[in-house]
Design a protein around this ligand. Structure first.
Ligand SMILES: [Zn+2]
Length: 348
């Protein structure tokens, strides 16, 4: 253990930038990474404001942050594909490689997965972290550290788009224009959708989403989404519907949106159980898919970003210095309607 500076969530409502003992020794198959950029995620903010997410409760001081990019500072024994100086981003969840889920390729739903900044595992808002090399990915030269730190949330969008089984020319509906909803829309368009109808109540968020080619914004404050989807699809419905708002109200009319034989992909998590209109779902033979984080999506996400076909820079709203990390979190708590992603930059 080594004493290092970090952004520590002491308990609900209490953040401190202070020294803490963290594991910094590099073992076989591991790398030590100098962290350069970390994105502030809704989950980090939720632990700060609520002290818990579902069954995960903050019971001891925990370092926050899991959306990160940096530079390889040291490589452990047996690491072949990375060398000191490589620019990288990291997948924050480490499964047990021998678990039944991992052996099936479903490592994201391994019950033993250890995920940064999910109690009791420390996150990465600290100058250096040690991580398995196999969950560390090289960034192309044309992808910045700021963009590298966006790969984590974009991978969620990639997983949703993969689960949707999009066919070229599909019409998607995305409910919720927060960071995840917008990235789901971008991934769905990259995956072959001709258009993504994005619905939200907040016009500033819709304006940002509408900056991406193929996005059709719908403000559900003044328009009925089901009627609008009907109008835009000549009464047929959407091929795939992504629920990214987590709002219980969205579920009341969700099944009016997909076409017969279409799909619903659930990304947002309602806090309480919601009703499901089974009769409508069955009559249309709607396929329902769920998403928990992602598996095998980092290479694909990085390839799309490196190709220039996906540019996530417009989603970065503001960047804060590491010393101002608490200010960054308090700004995130404010939830300004024009803020998509806030990031923290560590010293060079
Ligand atoms: Zn995140």
């Amino acid at each position: 253990m080594t004493k290092v500076r970090a952004l520590v969530l002491e308990r609900q409502h209490e953040l401190k930038l202070r020294d803490i003992n963290l594991q910094q020794t590099v073992g076989a198959g591991e790398v030590r990474i100098k962290i350069r950029t970390v994105g502030v995620c809704g989950s980090d903010v939720h632990y700060y404001t609520h002290g818990r997410i579902g069954p995960f409760v903050v019971e001891a001081p925990m370092v926050l942050g899991h959306e990160a990019a940096g530079i390889i500072a040291e490589t452990g024994e047996g690491v072949e594909h990375l060398k000191v100086g490589d620019r990288v981003c990291m997948e924050p969840g480490i499964p047990d490689p021998n678990s039944r889920a991992s052996r099936l390729g479903l490592y994201n739903i391994d019950p033993a997965v250890r995920f940064w900044a999910t109690p009791p595992i420390h996150g990465v808002l600290t100058p250096y972290v040690v991580h398995p090399a196999n969950y560390t990915f090289k960034l192309p030269d044309n992808v910045s550290f700021a963009e590298g730190a966006m790969v984590e949330p974009f991978a969620v969008g990639m997983q949703a788009a993969a689960k949707a089984k999009i066919a070229p020319g599909d019409t998607a509906v995305v409910i919720g224009a927060g960071p995840i909803g917008t990235m789901v829309a971008i991934a769905a368009l990259a995956g072959g959708c001709a258009r993504a109808i994005v619905a939200d109540l907040a016009q500033p968020k819709l304006d940002i989403a509408a900056g991406f080619q193929g996005v059709v914004p719908v403000n559900i404050r003044d328009k009925n989404l089901a009627a609008e989807v009907k109008r835009l699809t000549d009464g047929w419905g959407a091929d795939v519907v992504f629920e990214c708002s987590g709002s219980a109200r969205a579920w009341e009319t969700l099944l009016d949106l997909p076409r017969p034989g279409g799909a619903v992909v659930v990304v947002g998590l309602p806090v309480a159980p919601v009703g499901l209109d089974i009769a409508t779902a069955s009559t249309k033979e709607v396929r329902i898919e769920t998403v928990f984080r992602y598996a095998h999506q980092y290479e694909r996400a990085i390839a799309l970003m490196g190709s220039g076909r996906v540019d996530l820079k417009p989603l970065i709203s503001a960047t804060f210095a590491f010393e101002d990390s608490i200010t960054a979190f308090d700004r995130a708590v404010e939830a300004r309607p024009a803020d998509v992603k806030l990031q923290i930059r560590l010293p060079d």
